[in-house]
Design a protein around this ligand. Structure first.
Ligand SMILES: Nc1ncnc2c1ncn2[C@@H]1O[C@H](COP(=O)(O)OP(=O)(O)OP(=O)(O)O)[C@@H](O)[C@H]1O
Ligand SMILES: [Mg+2]
Length: 510
């Protein structure tokens, strides 16, 4: 080789991009450069004994042959998937053109691994989609929660007043049942959009699961065996118990649906330490101590295609009416908001294992407290009620008056200010919607509390950013109740706030 040939050879051999030349007729590799060897992991001998079809997934071979047969090597340019020596598939961008090489028709290709870029693009697309659906869901949930407060509230009032023997009770019960189902759905939408107000507290997963056992058995039916294996000395987690119950329910229902002819549903808990190896593959999580909640079934399992869409909102393989495709999305939303992660492994016909990791707080589980005595709900204090939705306002006023309170009510913050200004006596509590046109409940509360330092405030909302509520609650002497609520829940929340004295913040009520 003369000097010039050596120099040109270097341009190929030392090129930082993987490059190769293959025979157009036989598809055999004729030359590969150093970057290709290190990137793909095959030795030079291995490469030279293979064809370019050997490093493709079988599904792509037909397209490959078709492209090679077309007149110009350009048809081979574009995006392809290649198999590395260790079995991993990568996405590559290929630039090719035909050359004459040692008297043969050959193709010269330069390759760029775009796997990481594609994954990133996919993540961006995915999170944009989640964000958009989240906004939509949050918006719908806001209106629905007002409607459901009205529907569920009045049906409960009706049910309380109908005599036991009344033949219309059945009809009202059906309305209430449907209303509760709809409330569950909006709750799911909200936790998915992460606009749910969480009420985290330290809790032991084992106690929570024991409390759910009877309900779970009813849910999965007789053909499925429930095997519950609580781990020993499980650390506590800081999470919203209602939400964690929802996680367990959704996973159990999925397992049930995957075992139409019966099977085994296993629920386990254990302490785990997640190390950097694990979190490298799950960038949203930190290494450290976790409690794992493992739900497995030996049902139908899932193929790779289904697995790849699992957490997408509205992705379902179930017939219409049987699944909304929000189950796992909700699970994901709740767990993520609690600082944890979800791992799913599944094989067709072998079953599915879902691992939910929640950050562990190593503290012995607190002794179970005695069930609280149902608080009194009646009172005679004066309450200022501010709510722009007329029917919700009517319902709340009706409920409070029945319990003996004096109620002043206003459809807006401005009207509430006027009423408070004109009212000579004390106002013990203001109940206000958080989100209202013109002026929200938070600003109203701040200014009224300035004039009446003894005033307590109960915020109600169906759709709120956690931050807004945290801000409200920081102002002290205030509480929160999530719409839709029942008249009974409202009454006991009102009593609870009226009876606490001092600057305590109440947890957000459901
Ligand atoms: N344990 C499981 N075994 C087999 N397939 C499952 C399992 N869990 C989930 N899947 C698959 O994932 C899909 C999405 O599940 P997801 O819980 O999000 O929605 P869904 O169950 O279809 O509807 P929804 O939970 O809203 O009623 C299911 O339709 C099913 O194909
Ligand atoms: Mg489901």
């Amino acid at each position: 080789m003369n000097q010039k040939d050596v120099k040109f050879r270097l341009l190929f051999e030392d090129n930082p991009m993987p490059m190769w030349v293959f025979d157009r007729a036989t598809l055999c590799f004729l030359e590969v450069n150093h970057a290709a060897l290190t990137h793909y992991g095959y030795t030079r001998q291995e490469f030279l004994s293979m064809t370019i079809a050997d490093i493709r997934p079988p599904a792509d071979v037909a397209r490959l042959k078709d492209s090679v047969n077309r007149a110009s090597g350009l048809a081979l340019s574009g995006q392809w998937r290649h198999r590395l020596k260790d079995g991993r598939m990568i996405d590559v961008e290929v630039a090719s053109h035909t050359i004459s090489y040692g008297g043969r028709q050959a193709v010269l290709s330069v390759l760029q691994d775009i796997t990481a870029r594609k994954r990133l693009e996919e993540q961006v697309r995915q999170s944009a989609k989640m964000e958009a659906v989240g906004m939509l869901a949050g918006g719908i949930a806001h209106d629905f929660n007002n409607l459901l407060t009205i529907i569920n509230g009045y049906s409960q009032i009706l049910l309380n007043t109908l005599p036991q023997a009344d033949q219309n009770r059945g009809a009202v019960e059906q309305i209430m049942k449907a209303g509760e189902r709809a409330a569950t759905l909006t709750r799911q939408l909200l936790s998915y959009s992460r606009r749910q107000v969480l009420q985290p507290k330290l809790l032991g997963l084992n106690q929570l699961l024991i409390g759910m056992e009877a309900m779970l058995r009813r849910l999965i039916g007789e053909d499925i065996e429930l095997r519950f294996a609580p781990g020993r000395e499980i650390g506590q987690v800081n999470a919203d118990p209602g939400q964690i119950e929802q996680v367990v329910m959704n996973l159990a229902v999925n397992a049930r649906d995957a075992m139409p002819r019966g099977g085994i549903l296993a629920i386990e808990t254990r302490n785990v330490e997640l190390d950097e190896n694990y979190t490298a593959a799950h960038p949203a999580m930190q290494p450290g101590p976790y409690v794992a909640l493992v739900v497995s079934d030996n049902g139908t399992g899932m193929d790779a295609e289904t697995r790849s869409h699992l957490f997408e909102p509205f992705f379902t393989t179930k017939v219409q009416g049987q699944g909304t495709g929000l189950g796992l999305t909700t699970v994901f939303g709740i767990v993520k908001q609690s600082g944890g992660g979800v791992d799913v492994s599944s094989e067709p016909n072998k079953g599915t294992t879902v691992k939910v990791y929640l950050p562990r707080i190593d503290q012995p589980a607190a002794a179970e407290m005695d069930a609280p005595v149902a608080p009194a709900t009646r009172g005679s204090e004066t309450i200022l009620l501010v709510e722009d939705e007329e029917q919700v306002r009517n319902l709340v006023r009706h409920t409070l008056r029945r319990e003996g309170y004096k109620v002043l009510d206003a459809p807006s913050a401005a009207e509430a200010r006027r009423i408070a200004g004109a009212h000579k006596g004390p106002i013990h509590l203001m109940i206000t919607d958080v989100v209202m046109p013109k002026e929200g409940g938070r600003d109203l509360a701040a200014s009224l509390m300035h004039d009446r330092p003894a005033l307590k405030v109960l915020f109600m909302s169906g759709y709120t950013d956690q931050a807004v509520v945290d801000g409200c609650l920081q102002s002290g002497k205030s509480g929160f109740i999530q719409k839709p609520f029942t008249p009974a829940a409202l009454s006991s929340k009102v009593r609870e706030i009226l009876e606490t004295n001092g600057e305590t913040c109440h947890g957000a009520g459901r």
